[in-house]
Design a protein around this ligand. Structure first.
Ligand code: ADP
Ligand code: MG
Length: 281
């Protein structure tokens, strides 16, 4: 699975502050959303980022996917430090890391048919590509994410939540990224649908040799999918280790608290659901 030698992303000392204006008479206030984050991501692995709501997970996700700039620290891709506030980012660099959000409906344009949703990244990044080729690539992707050719001309509202997340995953893969940042990708879905999407993610990872940064507050999902786990608490990584170490021998008090708050049955049940789904697939 994961080849430890092939490092594809390094994060060094990344911070992000948000400064609020404080209103008419109020003093401006600074929120240190994330503080000094360090980690490496290797080819083909799933690194999970867990922590409760508001701890800074999405802030980090936006920085990694070049949507937002860090306040300080370095993002290093192929030995090159990247900072969108300072460097001009090439099309190739932007396409390397893509994101999938929690709410597939919010991230899809309701007025765009599925075919157009999938074709859009190609249209923007490869304007010279012939329409026929673009259409074929989108059709191929539709199949890879488990949808049907007749879905090509339908609108997002005509799909279920799980199908919409398939569309969002397909769109994220259209530019052949190396890395997918998955920000709570199954949190809004019914449990049985979660298992299907997790299986799809596993299959796509194998097919494309993708690296995942998988963000979740749900440890049962993380236990199923992750190779390594980072635990975030108030903007800092307080524990970082292989999945089995984190689950069997947690070191930090916060990790222990998180584990204690996750019923064993939910870990068992997601595994059962996933294997049941596999058997019937
Ligand atoms: P998570 O994804 O773990 O729930 P976020 O990264 O969304 O956490 O938020 C981390 C902290 O940063 C929170 O305190 C949040 O209120 C604050 N924050 C996030 N985005 C902004 C923003 N655009 N402006 C001001 N504060 C923000
Ligand atoms: Mg979030």
């Amino acid at each position: 699975m994961s080849d430890k030698k092939d490092k594809i992303l390094s994060v060094r000392g990344i911070t992000r502050d948000y400064v609020s204006s404080g209103g008419l008479f109020g003093k401006s206030e600074t929120v240190h959303a994330i503080k000094g984050i360090d980690f490496d991501l290797y080819r083909g692995e799933t690194l999970a980022l867990v922590g409760e709501s508001g701890c800074g997970k999405s802030t980090l996700a936006r920085i990694l996917t070049l949507i937002d700039a860090q306040t300080s620290g370095e993002l290093i891709i192929r030995d090159k430090p990247i900072n969108i506030a300072k460097n001009k980012i090439s099309r190739e660099m932007r396409s390397r890391i893509q994101i999938v959000f929690q709410n597939p409906y919010g991230s899809l344009n309701p007025r765009q048919k599925v075919g157009a949703v999938l074709e859009e990244p190609l249209k923007i990044n490869f304007p010279e590509m012939p329409a026929e080729e673009r259409r074929k690539k989108a059709m191929d992707m539709l199949k890879k994410v488990g949808l049907l050719p007749e879905h090509f001309g339908r609108y997002p509202h005509m799909f279920s939540g799980g199908q919409r997340q398939r569309i969002a995953i397909g769109r994220a893969l259209m530019l052949n990224p190396r890395i997918l940042v998955l920000d709570e990708p199954v949190s809004a879905l019914d449990l049985s649908i979660q298992a299907q999407i997790l299986n799809l993610l596993k299959d796509l990872q194998d097919e494309f040799n993708l690296s995942y940064l998988f963000i979740s507050h749900d440890l049962s999902v993380v236990k199923y999918l992750a190779d390594r786990v980072m635990v975030m608490y108030f903007g800092e990584i307080v524990e970082h280790g292989d999945r089995d170490q984190i689950f069997n021998d947690p070191q930090h008090d916060y990790t222990k608290t998180l584990l204690a708050a996750t019923p064993k049955t939910s870990i068992e049940s997601i595994r059962a659901r996933v294997s049941r789904h596999k058997a019937s697939a």
